[in-house]
Design a protein around this ligand. Structure first.
Ligand SMILES: [Zn+2]
Length: 70
């Protein structure tokens, strides 16, 4: 059984917004941002990403160790 642990972004096969596993043929679109491949599974996720990209990008960017302003 899956645990109730918080879901995490684990790779470019996940939708960056809903964290759903997305197969290659099922992705709405893929694009590269700062050398990472991002996947969006559906138009709703694309709209959500465009509305507040920082919310989703923050999931996958490594925590900064040399700055505290983030
Ligand atoms: Zn999605």
């Amino acid at each position: 059984m899956p645990s109730s642990a918080e879901e995490q972004f684990t790779g470019d096969s996940q939708c960056i917004v809903c964290l759903k596993e997305v197969r290659d043929g099922d992705a709405l679109c893929r694009f590269t941002f700062e050398e990472r491949t991002l996947t969006l599974c559906c138009p709703l996720c694309m709209e959500a990403f465009k509305a507040t990209p920082k919310t989703y990008l923050g999931r996958m960017l490594p925590p900064r160790t040399d700055a505290t302003s983030f």
